[in-house]
Design a protein around this ligand. Structure first.
Ligand code: IPE
Ligand code: IPE
Ligand code: MG
Length: 247
């Protein structure tokens, strides 16, 4: 659609939305002002993903380490998440979007937990694009919880240690049933994962956009998809032309 080659589109795009604070600071505004504009970009990018025909979009909204921020900023971020779900769930649902939430649910405040549960419940039967919200998410925490779940299965005799496989672990991660990300985009010029999808991104392509998240719009998104389309994914094998020539 719109000039993008549908055969070279990622099925799953995961985004580390970074740079809200710097965007605000550059304008002499409080950090929260950056987070507010950031939510506008979330709306724009989710709509664009639907238009481009991307099946799964995962957004890193709040990490398990973001609790280390000042209390007021944490509380503003919680407020924005609540507002986003309250305001946008209707539109997402009417667009047939299925919402999933990954991250540790048991340690978030109960009103937010209820909203996250409700967003998943209400859209469970939807068959359109998938929006995955990574909230109170940290990959190491996710893997530890998954390991614990498998250990309980072994201790209770439902699983043998030798049956622990990549698929078994995959199946108890928060992302169970969601395909691995093909493309991870991070804005703001930082080039790190910050505890995001460590297991799942094993063979993802990375695009580091230099703009700050509040400046990441539809056209920046398209640029990242075009960059992805030029990449050659090998998954440890050899490129197809070399196969034809032989070793
Ligand atoms: C990303 O922007 C938003 C969240 C982490 C929730 P930041 O708040 O990290 O902005 P910078 O990196 O300080 O500019
Ligand atoms: C990663 O950004 C988390 C989210 C985007 C939610 P951070 O701004 O928290 O990461 P670091 O501290 O720069 O690694
Ligand atoms: Mg940051």
């Amino acid at each position: 659609m719109q000039g993008l080659d549908p055969t070279k589109l990622p099925r799953h795009v995961a985004i580390i939305m970074d740079g809200n604070g710097r965007w605000a600071r550059a304008r002499n505004l409080p950090r929260t002002a950056g987070h507010k504009v950031g939510v506008e970009r979330v709306r724009e990018v989710v709509r664009a993903a639907q238009d481009f025909g991307i099946e799964y979009v995962t957004l890193y909204a709040f990490s398990s380490e973001n609790w280390n921020r000042p209390k007021e900023e944490v509380s503003d971020l919680m407020g924005l998440l609540k507002l986003f779900i309250k305001r946008d769930l209707d539109e997402l649902h009417s667009n047939n979007v299925r919402v999933r939430v990954i991250g540790c649910r048991s340690t978030v405040q109960s009103d937010i937990r209820a909203l996250l549960d409700q967003a998943e419940e209400r859209t469970r039967e939807n068959t359109g694009p998938n929006l995955v919200i990574a909230f109170n998410y940290g990959s190491r925490d996710e893997i530890v919880r998954a390991a614990r779940a498998l250990a309980v299965d072994v201790a209770e005799g439902r699983l043998k240690p030798e049956d622990i496989s990549e698929d078994a672990l995959d199946g108890v991660l928060d992302t169970a049933g969601i395909p691995d990300p093909d493309l991870v985009i991070r804005t703001s010029g930082e080039q790190r994962l910050s505890n995001f999808l460590l297991w799942q991104a094993a063979y993802a392509e990375f695009v580091f956009a230099t703009c700050l998240w509040p400046d990441f719009d539809r056209s920046q998104f398209r640029d990242a998809l075009e960059e992805y389309a030029r990449r050659d994914r090998r998954f440890g094998a050899v490129p197809a032309p070399d196969l034809a020539v032989g070793s």
